[in-house]
Design a binder for this molecule. Structure first.
Ligand code: FAD
Length: 313
């Protein structure tokens, strides 16, 4: 991953954004405006989420394909192993490599809430998916001679809802590193100490890969509530109170952006090697945060090499 110097100029900072495949033609149109705005900031990569059931496979691959073909952006394709057989997953991985993807975020995905037992043979953990990606990569070594696929994984500053402890989460992260993960992106968190503690626990356990903080712009009460429901991560009640008390949208945005900048700066000060911004397919808040962080814009040349881009070199 290429890196940018941070504000203080003391450590390099990687920059990335998360997008999700659009669900309608109107959403696609506004997403492409957002993509244009984000591209101008020259991130190291943009990640594209994947529905745990594989339901958005076509729209995800289509978006990734367009990013490769029509922009200078390097996609990081999320992939979940819940809901697809190993054979289907191997096909999807092959399809991603064929369109030029060289970075995959290997995830398990959330289990269906109806308690359905996954069919026999289904990959159980993200770790199994990493190993599958590495096997597919090995089989295609002739194609990939110019560089290996960068594999990212999820990391958790607060305990994963199914996990017995934060110590167990770190053991899982170490197992993912041993299976071939190159870097990790964290789940959202609302207190920097949680991220700093994760770094300490992980380094003590022998995790050496970069652990990039996933930061969401804290500007929307509705989104904070929804995210908390989905991830089980409790937002900071003091922030919720301040957002709720804001008299206007502009005031709410100002409070939210300022809180996000504080969180991101504190994570960088704690040793974060980069920032991954959850954009929710909107650029305004993400760019406001970036402006206030004042990370210097990189001056890389934008060469399109026959649509093929390497995430890792
Ligand atoms: P795993 O690492 O497999 O962990 C799942 C659970 O199993 C944990 O409780 C863990 O402790 C346990 N476990 C794992 N390995 C072992 C082992 N070897 N032995 C014993 N226990 C083990 N979801 C989506 O559906 N689509 C997305 O695009 C998406 N993107 C995400 C991006 C990021 C940055 C993050 C942090 C999460 C994302 N998620 C996404 C959510 C993710 O799928 C869920 O958090 C899911 O519940 C766990 O995924 P995982 O990859 O961490 O799973």
């Amino acid at each position: 991953i290429d890196t940018h110097p941070n504000l203080a100029g003391t450590a390099p900072v990687a920059l990335s954004y998360e997008l999700f495949p659009p669900r309608s033609a109107a959403a696609a149109e506004s997403l492409w405006t957002t993509i244009g705005e984000l591209e101008a900031t020259d991130p190291d990569y943009v990640s594209v989420t994947y529905g745990a059931s594989g339901s958005n496979r076509n729209t995800a691959v289509e978006l990734i394909n367009r990013l490769v073909q029509e922009t200078t952006l390097r996609p990081l394709a999320h992939l979940t192993c819940v809901g697809n057989s190993p054979e289907e997953l191997a096909d999807i991985i092959g399809e991603l490599l064929d369109v030029g993807v060289r970075g995959i975020l290997a995830l398990r995905g959330d289990r269906p809430k109806d308690g359905r037992v996954p069919p026999a043979g289904t990959l159980r953990y993200a770790q199994d998916l990493i190993e599958l990606i590495r096997r597919v990569e090995q089989r295609r070594s002739a194609l990939l001679c110019a560089g290996k696929v960068a594999v990212g994984v999820a990391a958790y500053p607060t305990r994963h809802p199914e996990s017995p402890s934060e110590a167990h989460d770190v053991e899982v992260l170490l197992a993912k590193q041993r299976s071939g993960a190159d870097f990790a992106i964290t789940q959202v968190f609302f207190h920097t100490q949680q991220y700093a503690d994760l770094l300490t626990r992980a380094r003590r356990a022998g995790v050496t890969i970069p652990i990039i903080p996933g930061v969401m712009p804290l500007t929307s009460l509705r989104r904070l509530a929804r995210l908390s429901e989905l991830t089980g991560v409790e937002p900071d009640p003091a922030l919720i109170e301040r957002l709720a008390a804001a008299g206007t949208d502009a005031e709410r945005t100002r409070i939210g952006v300022s809180a996000t900048v504080d969180l991101a700066n504190a994570a960088l000060a704690a040793g974060a090697p980069g920032l991954h911004l959850y954009t929710f397919n909107e650029h305004a808040a993400a760019l406001d945060v970036l402006d206030k962080l004042a990370l210097p814009r990189p001056h890389r040349s934008h060469q399109r090499s026959a649509g093929r881009r390497q995430l890792a070199s």
